[in-house]
Structure formats: C-alpha cells, structure tokens
Design a protein around this ligand. Structure first.
Ligand code: NAD
Length: 481
C-alpha cells in the first residue's frame, strides 16, 4: 500500500482484525483518509490468521471424518481415513492466505495506508509505530480507533513457553496429533478444538472448573451437545481444576483435582489451555492518551464506542464482552460513522453467539438465566428435531429449537438452537428479535420445506397449541414439551 505522508491522518485504526478492517474499509468508503496499522502482512487479525477461520476449516475437515463414519448406518461404508497432517495443515493455511490476501487487495483498492507495525500512543493526537521493516515512525492523527483484540488468558504457575502447553493459536498450527490431549476449559475453544483433535484421533480429557460446560448457555441446549461429546471425548471432568502441570521429557504430568475427590496424576502428550481471553491493551500507552481501562483491562467506552479521550474510540474485544468478531465489526462501523459525523450508536438488541461443535449451539437475545436475572416474565417453547423431516433425512434428529417469549406480548426475546447448522439458522432469530416479531409473525412466515428452518415456525405454532408435526394434546393452552 502507499507510503504515508507526514500530514495528520484523518483516522488511524490500530489493529486490522474483523473490527479494525471493517472500520477502515467503511471509513475509506465514506471518503476519509485512513491509516490502518497491524503487524501482520495483510488485514485479518486473530480471527482470520489464528482463530475463527482456521478453526472452522479444521472443524469442517473433522466433520467429514465423523460423517464418513456415520454413513455406515445408510449402508455406505468407508475405510478408516488416512490423515495426511501436512496436507491438511497446508489446506487450512491456504484458506487463511486466500482470505487475508483478499483483504489486502480490498484495502489497496480503497487506497488505505496499511502500515505493518505496532502502535503506541505518545499523546491523544500522536503515536509511534514500531514498524516491522524500518524501526520507529511517528504519526499524528485527528481520530483513532483501537481494535487490538485480545489474547489467551494463561494459567498462573504454568510454563506457557513449553512446547507441550498450547494455547488456541498454537493448537491451530496443527503441528501433530497428540495421542493424549488434556484440555483445560470447557468453553468455546475447549469444545471446538476438542472436537477437531478427537476426530483426528486424539484421546481427549477435558477439565472444566465450573459445574457445567459452556457456562452461561442455557442448560437444555448444552444437554443435547453433551451426549455426542461424551462419545467423542474420553473424559469430561466437571468441577475439576488443574493443580499442577509438570513438564516431562516427552509430555506433561498433570495433577487434577475434582471437587470432593482426591487429586489424581495423569500423563498427557500435550495440554491445551483454553480458559478465556483478556483484552490486548498492553504497551499501547493508553495512559498518556487519557484513555481509562477498568480493573480487567477493558477500555471504557460509551454507546458510540468513544473512550475517555474524545477523539479516540475502542471497539471489539478491547472494549469488552462478548468477544466475538461480528460484534467487533459492528462496533467498528459505528465508531467510523460517529467520526464521519453521522448519528450512530452501538445498540443491538441481540448479538448472536455460535459454538461450532457437533451439533452446533447458537443463541441470540436473552438466555433463560439472563431473563430471570432481569426479572422479565417469559414463557418458553421447545420444538424437538425428532419431529423434523429434514433432520431425519440428514440423520441428525439430535436438535432442539427454543423460543423465549415475553409473557404479555408473546414477543420473541430469545432464541436458542442446538443442532447441525444452528449457526446458520440463528440469523432468523436475530432478525425476529431485532424486528420485535411475535409468535404470530413467525407462524405466518412461510418457511421452505424440507429445511431445518421449519423448526422455528413450528416452535411458534406449537406455542399457540398446534404444530403440524408435533401432536400436542393440550391444544387450548401454551405448552412446554
Ligand atoms: P470461554 O470463556 O468460552 O471458556 C473458558 C472456560 O474455561 C470456562 O468454561 C471456564 O469456566 C473455564 N475455566 C476457567 N478457568 C479454568 C481453570 N483454571 N480450570 C478449568 N477450567 C477453567 O473461553 P475460551 O474457550 O478460551 O474462548 C475465549 C473467547 O473466545 C470466548 O469467550 C469467545 O468470546 C471467543 N471465541 C468464540 C468462538 C466462536 O464464536 N465460535 C470460538 C472460540 C473463541
């Protein structure tokens, strides 16, 4: 991209992940002079280089292995797959390169000044860029957007430099397929990468410190996922923590302790630590720019994504939960619209979340727990996928579509789906919530047959007492099957 002049940039964006590049592209489209700073060769950030995209590529490959195995039931027998890990790795890397090169081209077409380096504020209108090629360069700016994302949280007292201890980024490198893999943390990453490695042949032991997988997600959805996970993983230990990880010559000895159990020691080839992420704000010089963070290091922002420094904005993971790429992109566009003088604010009613396990879990709007916390009176209706013809044809009746409805208005305030393709299906739920749809709206919306999306319509029908494919003896009243 073009070399930068010394004139103040109208807008500097620090970090080129899905938040930063979405902001940069919109700013350029709105006619602003944009500088985008990131150490990677092209835009993409953790999501494209070392997160969402490589993990979904590997999840897709691992799905094929499971589906080939399951095809036996249909009378189609495959021999055990031979996994060429080098080819799989380079295919996954190829997906990443195609996408990130494409983003580089999109930036060039928009005449964005892309600087490979790391930025550090020297004041609220000036920063230093430590460039990958030429040392340090000073840059003045009118507005800045901080989009530096997050990094894996570490376990205290653990040697995270050991080649046997992986974070999600190292696990996605797919260096080898460990025979025995310990996963610490039963959240998004532990379950998604556990699914990948288990399908490739690793024996997985997963420990989760709380009493359930995916804390915060409605239990009825997690229950559906638990059964296949129990088949896929060797052990899932809840209420269990890691007391010690001792590095051996060729692996790790882990001391695990359950709630009311004696501590046990087990040997593993590798350990994946997936205990959450923390905002990446270190070495940004936030104090000199007058930018405040909270006790967790999250940058404080208002509804327009503005920090405590008037001309500096923060978006995405650095601005707090949920740490999801699509939230970052949305905030990035809001920040740029505000900078461009438009009336804009970050105020979605529903931000969808998807865990790309098998089956997938997706939800949007309020969970049951959150609705209770907020004191909202609601009713639920669940449509089981055993009653879906489409689910039957793909051999996957292990799904559930759930609606949370405000009691008074029957408005949709939450949608939860577990099942294959739940991540694609949840978009309808988001739209329903954002458009304040009620059960009648969902019922009267003609859904294509035969598709899994019909379960949304039938859930709404069931709420009113009668759904075509689910016999409900209590037709007069609302039911929770
Ligand atoms: P997470 O917050 O989803 O899960 C961390 C899990 O680790 C929790 O269940 C927690 O109780 C457990 N835990 C914490 N300390 C522990 C300990 N000492 N021992 C055992 N368990 C412990 O975090 P993650 O899985 O690391 O993912 C980080 C974030 O990245 C997610 O919250 C999400 O925002 C994002 N992410 C999203 C996707 C997606 O959208 N599909 C995928 C991957 C990551």
């Amino acid at each position: 991209m073009d070399e930068k002049t010394t004139d103040p940039a109208e807008i500097v964006i620090i970090g080129a992940g899905p938040g930063g590049y979405a902001a940069a592209f919109l700013a350029a489209d709105l006619g602003l002079d944009v500088t985008l700073i990131d150490p990677n060769k092209n835009p993409g950030g953790v999501c494209l280089y070392r997160g969402c995209i490589p993990s979904k590529a590997l999840l897709n490959a691992s799905r094929l292995i499971r589906e080939a195995d399951a095809a036996g039931e249909m009378g189609i027998a495959f021999t055990k797959p031979k996994i060429d890990i080098h080819k799989l790795r380079s295919w996954k890397n190829g997906v990443v390169t195609k996408l990130t090169d494409g983003l580089g081209r999109l930036g060039n077409q928009r005449k964005i000044d892309y600087i490979r380096g790391k930025a550090k504020f020297k004041g609220n209108h000036i920063l230093d860029v430590h460039t990958v090629e030429n040392g340090t360069r000073e840059l003045s700016f009118q507005h800045a957007v901080i989009a530096t994302g997050s990094q894996s949280a570490e376990l205290s007292g653990v040697d995270h430099g050991s080649p046997y201890i992986l974070d999600s980024e190292a696990a996605l490198e797919l260096e080898d397929i460990p025979k025995k893999l310990l996963i610490v943390g039963g959240g998004y990453i532990g379950l998604e990468l556990g699914t990948v490695y288990a399908s490739l042949g690793s024996k997985i032991t997963l420990v989760e410190i709380t009493s359930g997988l995916l804390p915060g997600v409605d239990r009825d959805l997690v229950r559906v996922l638990r059964k296949p996970l129990d088949r896929l993983f060797e052990t899932i230990a809840l209420n269990t923590s890691v007391q010690d990880l001792k590095i051996l010559k060729n692996g790790i000895k882990a001391t695990l302790k359950g709630l009311d159990a004696e501590a046990t020691q087990k040997r593993f080839d590798k350990v994946l630590v997936a205990v959450g992420r923390r905002p990446d704000t270190k070495d940004l010089g936030l104090e000199v720019a007058g930018i405040s963070v909270n006790s967790k290091g999250i940058i404080k922002v208002d509804s327009q994504c503005r920090t405590t420094a008037d001309n500096i904005f923060a978006i995405g993971d650095v601005a707090g939960e949920p740490m999801l790429a699509h939230k970052a992109s949305h905030q990035g566009r809001v920040a740029v619209e505000v900078i461009a003088g438009r009336k804009s604010a970050f105020e979605p009613i529903a931000i969808p979340a998807v865990v790309f396990t098998d089956p997938e879990i997706a939800w949007a709007g309020l969970t049951e727990a959150r609705a209770k916390e907020m004191g909202i009176e609601f009713q639920t209706v669940r449509f089981p996928w055993a009653a879906s013809g489409r689910a039957m044809t793909i051999g996957r009746t292990d799904g559930l579509t759930k609606l949370l409805l405000e009691k008074q208005t029957e408005r949709v305030i939450g949608v939860g789906i577990v099942g294959p393709h739940a991540g694609e299906m949840i978009a309808e739920g988001v739209l329903a919530i954002e458009m304040a749809a009620n059960t009648t709206d969902l019922k009267l919306t003609v859904h294509p047959h035969p598709t899994l999306t019909e379960t949304v319509q039938e859930a709404a029908e069931l709420f009113s007492g009668t759904a075509t494919h689910y016999f409900s003896p209590n037709k007069a009243g609302h039911r929770n099957p």
